[in-house]
Design a binder for this molecule. Structure first.
Ligand code: ATP
Ligand code: MG
Length: 502
């Protein structure tokens, strides 16, 4: 599982670079990836390099020059590589090894043509070999969406930038539903002055925005109906004691759809009277009331069930649009509540449609993207997000978890994420978790993952023959590329020479 090759002194090589090994006179070639690089020298003594280094230091101290040229021919570097596969008529895993002393060369775009069939239409960047970027677009396929996606990286390595690329590609395609929950307010207009956001794509028919704060452009205000909030949703946000849960259940049973507003609006005495004297402690009711009060603080939860936006969002997703939900001016509890209620509604709608094959066939793969996903995925049970991770695949509902700390995500849940975008990850335990859950063997990529620069990425998924190294487009550049492709298409459109009539 390891191939070594020798290079002359001074030749450049990078960890992560992909190379081709020609196999003698056959047309077959092996694709290999550099895992590590070592110094070497042709010398009788094993520690010759160390001894010579000592000599150089001593000469340096006396301002004497070491005759470097005389030893150059003895010096070399060894590239230690993992075989990726063997390219012949088709691509296959390597069960054989190339002949001794085969030629090793750098790759060109032609060497990667076999990859095309396994890459998808949701473009995110270009193929990368080390830090050389090739003019070879890489994307993921729509069928990967319900199989869940994980975007993992240390802060500043390019998670948000990648999310914007995914959204832009989905807007161009209009084939997939993509809901982006944005607690940081960075996706609509880029957040910072030099950055661009989804609105700059100018694809108003493909983007629908919901926000609880004022935005500079068209958007819908964010409301969910109190009747849509379930006790389980609230349990995601707060710890409730057994007595408090029992009280809420009883109130829901007694008050029906308006239970949430009733608990909020009615006095403790009124509630006690309705539910029965002595059943619930005043303190219990007060704690629940206080928690709900904070939810009603903003104009977020509407009392009118008709004022809900969930159905509108579901329609947009089913119509292949990108739905941006900006929750950036909310407290964390409210933001999570909105995310939970919307995600539950989408999942349950798709699940309900499953029974009607004709309708379900028309539902596009839907992806729900969640920032700081470790907050709600620490346990395999409980949250709707964990449920979507476990069951969503069947119902065309995928989760896109964005996180800086994959080690905090429950291991069973993380194993459900079939496509992993691995950007630079400094923490060893984070890398270990991904190594164990990736659908491809990425154990040999540990060195490379540590060395990734912002925007450099590895996509591990069962849909490609190996973890594909990518340079993610800088979103601002991708916007320009999309705009210029649009212009070219317009220019080459045939100019009409007349109009037919009947
Ligand atoms: N594909 C890329 N190409 C070039 N530069 C990039 C790329 N992706 C990110 N960067 C640079 O890194 C910076 C941080 O990127 P981004 O905000 O996407 O990181 P992040 O992982 O979302 O960080 P955080 O965890 O803080 O949210 C960007 O402002 C940009 O300058
Ligand atoms: Mg970010």
């Amino acid at each position: 599982m390891e191939t070594m090759f020798r290079m002359n002194f001074g030749e450049e090589l990078q960890v992560g670079e992909m190379l081709v090994v020609e196999n003698g006179s056959t047309s077959e070639r092996y694709l290999i990836r550099v895992m590590d690089i070592e110094h070497g020298a042709d010398a009788e003594e094993t520690d010759w390099m160390l001894t010579e280094a000592g000599l150089i230091l001593r000469m340096d101290a006396h301002d004497a020059d070491y005759d470097f040229d005389s030893v150059k021919s003895r010096l070399f570097c060894t590239g230690i590589c993992a075989p990726l596969g063997c390219v012949g008529e088709a691509f296959r895993k390597t069960k054989t090894i190339p002949q001794h002393f085969s030629t090793v060369r750098r790759t060109s775009i032609d060497d990667y043509q076999f990859l095309k069939s396994s890459l998808g239409d949701i473009q995110v960047g270009n193929l990368r070999s080390g830090d050389h970027v090739l003019d070879f677009p890489v994307g993921i396929s729509g069928k990967a969406l319900p199989h869940h996606i994980g975007i993992f990286a240390t802060t500043g390595m390019g998670k948000s930038n990648l999310m914007k690329n995914l959204a832009l590609s989905c807007m161009r395609l209009r084939k997939y539903g993509f809901m982006v929950l944005d607690p940081h307010g960075e996706y609509y207009d880029g957040g910072e002055s030099e950055k661009k956001g989804l609105k700059h794509a100018g694809m108003d028919d493909a983007l629908v925005v919901f926000s609880s704060r004022k935005l500079d452009g068209p958007y819908n205000t964010l409301h969910v109906a109190a009747s849509e909030i379930q006790i389980a949703d609230l349990e995601n946000l707060y710890e409730f004691s057994g007595a408090q849960l029992e009280f809420m259940n009883s109130a829901q049973y007694r008050f029906g759809d308006t239970w949430l507003t009733d608990i909020n609006d009615k006095s403790v005495q009124e509630i006690i009277k309705t539910l029965g004297e002595g059943k619930y402690h005043e303190g219990t009711i007060n704690v629940v009331k206080r928690r709900l009060e904070s939810l009603f603080r903003f104009d977020l939860i509407s009392r009118d069930p008709k004022l809900s936006i969930t159905n509108h969002i579901i329609d947009c997703l089913h119509d292949g649009k990108v739905v941006l939900v900006d929750t950036s001016n909310m407290y964390e509890a409210e933001e999570l509540l909105i995310s939970t209620v919307l995600s539950r509604a989408i999942f349950e709608k798709n699940k309900a449609l499953y029974a009607d094959k004709a309708k379900f066939d028309k539902v596009p793969p839907t992806l729900i993207a969640l920032e700081e996903a470790q907050r709600v995925l620490t346990e395999s049970k409980g949250s709707i997000f964990a449920q979507i991770a476990r069951e969503g695949r069947k119902f065309k509902t995928g989760l896109c978890a964005v996180s800086q700390q994959p080690k905090l995500i429950d291991s069973e849940i993380i194993s459900q994420f079939n496509t992993l975008f691995i950007l630079g990850l400094a923490d060893r335990r984070d890398r270990e978790i991904l190594r164990n859950s990736a659908k491809q063997d990425i154990s040999q990529l540990d060195n490379e993952i540590q060395m990734l620069m912002p925007g450099e990425d590895l996509i591990a998924s069962p849909f490609t023959p190996f973890a594909v190294p990518v340079k993610i487009y800088l979103y601002e550049d991708y916007l320009k590329k999309v705009a210029s492709e649009g212009e070219t298409r317009k220019r080459f459109r045939k100019t009409p020479v007349g109009a037919a009539f009947y």
